[in-house]
Write a protein that binds this ligand. Structure first.
Ligand code: ATP
Ligand code: MG
Length: 223
């Protein structure tokens, strides 16, 4: 193993102002994500999990505070540097899955590999491997819209993990799964966490209990 890849935040805040009313979605969060552990963010709906995760993954910038991914302070980068860093190093499973509907399951995953400049010769095998990991090899040629909600969510997981990002973020990646399939997806994340920083959000007690490290949020704060 090389560098201890992990994430640190220092006094991170994210405030939104809508119609003159300020929401402190994330309020003064300082944390350290250990390398090679499966990390869970938990908390009630609206507690700030998605907002915090998006900032830790360089998708969104804090109102105040600093964030490091590995040795790099992403809050000190220009927008262009941060976009480049994110594209190169991170994988995301969004809460609203967002597959490309005109592509098949396989094409969605393969496309992500192309975007990540994954070696051309290995793309096919890697895409199929990622689909197999989430139990969807038999659905590889289904168009995204021909898949069930849970299957689409698993394609989104395959798409995020396929390029082997250094940092993987998954926002409620098991919300559409039955408990057995949810556990299968969680096992995939546990396996990845041996080499990668994996952060997921969940409401599911069972999933949270299987994490190596849990951060609980309430009203934008860590508790
Ligand atoms: N772009 C935005 N503009 C204004 N308010 C926002 C925005 N994004 C989030 N919020 C507010 O910030 C708070 C935290 O939202 P967030 O999506 O982080 O919660 P969450 O913990 O992920 O909830 P859930 O479990 O429902 O996904 C909420 O009150 C939400 O309404
Ligand atoms: Mg959320």
């Amino acid at each position: 193993m090389e560098t201890e890849y992990s994430i640190r935040t220092e006094g991170v805040c994210r405030y939104f102002k809508v119609g003159g009313v300020e929401t402190r979605a994330v309020d003064n969060v300082s944390l350290q994500i250990p390398a090679r552990q499966l990390v869970v963010l938990r908390g009630r709906s609206g507690s700030g999990k998605t907002t915090l995760m998006n900032m830790m993954g360089a998708m969104d910038m804090p109102t105040a505070g600093k964030i490091w991914m590995g040795d790099e302070e992403i809050t000190a980068m220009t927008d262009a540097q941060r976009d480049m860093f994110r594209r190169k190093n991170t994988g995301f499973v969004f809460q609203s899955v967002a597959l490309i509907t005109m592509m098949s399951a396989y094409e969605n995953v393969e496309f992500a590999l192309r975007m990540a400049n994954y070696p051309k010769k290995q793309r096919h095998d890697r895409a199929m491997e990622a689909l197999r990991m989430v139990g969807l090899e038999p659905r590889a040629n289904h168009m995204a819209r021909e898949l069930s909600g849970g299957e689409q969510q698993r394609v989104a997981v395959a798409r995020a993990i396929a390029p082997k990002p250094r940092f993987l973020f998954a926002d409620e990646p098991t919300s559409e799964q039955d408990s057995a399939t949810g556990l299968q997806v969680l096992k995939v994340f546990q396996e990845l966490a041996k080499e990668t920083t994996v952060v997921i959000t969940t409401h599911d007690e069972v999933i949270a209990s299987m994490a190596d490290c849990v951060f609980a949020m309430e009203d934008g704060k860590l508790i």
